[in-house]
Design a protein around this ligand. Structure first.
Ligand code: C2E
Ligand code: MG
Ligand code: MG
Length: 508
């Protein structure tokens, strides 16, 4: 700009000199003409300068707009903290600084607990106010060189430098942050408070850049959340291994489904007074080529999480019904249904197809539903259970006593059997409270004329005790552990009602 201004001034001077020289050389008309020319030149130069200033101004505005756009793209509009992109970008700079100073990086992930309730109850404006206060508290406590970010709705992260290997500083910082974030805030005259979980990961940024540390801090955060830990949880390699195992199990389940590795095992259910087998509960087992028989607690939660449980259960039920269709026609077969299956409007049709394919009568099939799966959507559960009942399938309420609002479910859904959970049975002879619960549930079931099956009877004293409470039906290791279809067939053939417990004990 200054070069241009100097140029313009020189032009003016030259024009001015020109004019004086001309005035001396020619008089009259030619001097007037020259004057007009000079004026025109001056006007042109002024217009040029104006245009130049406008261009300069436009440039400044564009640079400012670009700076603002970049700032918006890397910061969170509500709290003004960095967003995920901002954290990643500034993380690169922080990594370089720490690398040069031979320091480590610490990343703390924080997730608010039940923040949604604040939005729902007090509106988004109050929710945003709360987020801004939390962001300000984080910025205030975090070290000066820290990058504080809001990653999404209720998730924050802080990255900063620590002395190499000094995880204690990171833990103290996380504790302070948690304490501050979960303290009450005055938002427009309302004292509001949220819970929060925190995960910590530290490392040498040369080996573990910020995205790696953030992922580890998130894994630790998951651990804090699932353990409902009020204290921050630090990442350790075991957590990564558990996560890898989870991924391996998921992939293993997919492979196992393709190769029919899931099998039904059968646990006998008996008439407690006579010992006669009245039916079997079908329990899934994974017949793994390397690990052998794997129990449902390992694969059912993973199958549920990845939407594979319907396929898995159906595979197991199909094989179970094929086997059971050849057995004594008085025996019932109970199958377990997961919460997500109970949200499938086609469940009854799917089961009817399996019944048709195996020739097993619907009246001998019992579907076991846990209380917790009813809790998710009672209305949907009601319509799906009604369609099961319409097909003649019976319903059992599984694990009774472990869920919520049990009595309400008993009244509102058409159960044919109630199964008292093993957690009560196992202490019925030693714990007065458990004994009282088993007795009360049995009395209640009698009053509403629904039979009870007691789960988890492991020994003779428990058998005698629950029989004394008036329980008519039961199952458990005392009568037989879950067994293969051919073992179940042998047991059915050998059955001599009164002697079953003794023989079952010998068989196991
Ligand atoms: P559940 O339906 O309550 O099944 C009873 C569980 O208690 C079974 O564990 C059984 O082996 C165990 N059990 C039975 N009697 C005794 C006893 O006397 N003592 C002890 N200590 N345990 C006993 P399992 O087979 O590991 O199954 C666990 C859960 O997995 C089942 O609980 C059921 O909810 C679920 N499950 C099993 N198979 C399937 C399936 O095919 N589909 C679905 N969706 N869930 C299944
Ligand atoms: Mg069950
Ligand atoms: Mg159960």
């Amino acid at each position: 700009m200054s070069v241009i201004l100097i140029g313009a001034t020189l032009l003016l001077i030259l024009n001015g000199t020109n004019f004086l020289a001309s005035a001396e050389r020619w008089a009259g008309e030619s001097a007037k003409l020259n004057l007009i020319m000079v004026m025109l030149n001056v006007a042109l130069i002024i217009a040029g300068l104006r245009r130049l200033a406008d261009i300069q101004h436009d440039n400044e505005r564009r640079v400012e707009a670009e700076r603002r756009a970049a700032e918006l793209a890397s910061s969170d509009v509500v709290t003004r903290l960095a967003n995920r992109k901002g954290l990643a970008d500034r993380g690169l700079e922080l990594r370089q600084e720490l690398d040069e100073a031979e320091r480590w990086m610490a990343v703390i992930s924080i997730q608010l607990h039940r923040f949604k309730a604040i939005n729902d109850r007090h509106g988004y404006e109050t929710g945003d106010g709360m987020l801004r206060r939390i962001a300000a508290a984080i910025t205030e406590i975090a070290p000066k060189d820290a990058i504080a970010a809001r990653l999404n709705g209720d998730e924050f992260a802080v990255a900063f430098g620590i002395k190499a290997g000094d995880s204690g500083t990171a833990e103290q910082m996380a504790t302070d942050l948690l304490r501050r974030v979960t303290s009450p805030f005055d938002i427009n005259g309302k004292m509001l408070q949220v819970g929060a979980y925190a995960g910590i990961a530290v490392g040498d940024p040369k080996e573990s850049p910020l995205p790696d540390l953030l992922r580890r801090a998130d894994i630790a955060l998951d651990r804090a959340r699932s353990g409902r830990s009020a204290r921050p949880v630090s990442f350790d390699q075991g957590m990564e291994r558990a996560l890898l195992a989870h991924v391996e199990i998921e992939q293993g389940i997919r492979y196992a489904l393709e190769h029919q590795q899931f099998l039904p095992f059968f646990e006998p259910q008996v008439d407690l007074a006579t010992g006669n087998i009245i039916g079997f509960e079908v329990l899934a087992r994974w017949n793994h080529p390397l690990s052998g028989i794997i129990l449902p607690e390992v694969f059912i939660p993973v199958a549920e999480e990845h939407g594979l449980i319907s396929r898995l259960s159906e595979q197991v039920i199909a094989v179970a019904l094929q086997s059971a269709s050849k057995w004594d026609s008085n025996l019932s077969i109970s199958v377990n249904i997961s919460p997500s299956q109970l949200a499938d409007p086609w469940l009854a049709q799917r089961l009817m197809r399996l019944l048709a394919e195996s020739g097993f009568p619907a009246e001998r099939l019992i579907v076991e539903i846990t209380e917790s799966s009813l809790f998710a959507d009672l209305e949907l559960a009601r319509s799906i259970t009604a369609s099961l009942k319409n097909q003649g399938i019976r319903l059992a309420l599984d694990d009774f006593g472990t869920g919520f609002s049990s009595l309400a479910h008993l009244r509102s859904l058409p159960f044919d059997v109630i199964k008292i959970d093993r957690s009560f049975t196992s202490s019925v002879t030693t714990n007065a409270e458990c004994a009282a619960i088993v007795r009360a549930v049995t009395d209640l079931a009698h009053a509403i004329k629904v039979p009870v099956i007691v789960e988890g009877i492991e020994d003779a004293p428990t058998h005698t005790t629950v029989l004394g409470y008036g329980c008519a039906l039961g199952q458990g290791w005392y009568f037989g552990k879950p067994m293969t279809a051919s073992q179940a067939e042998q047991l059915i053939e050998r059955e001599a009602p009164a002697a079953l417990p003794d023989r079952a004990r010998r068989a196991n």
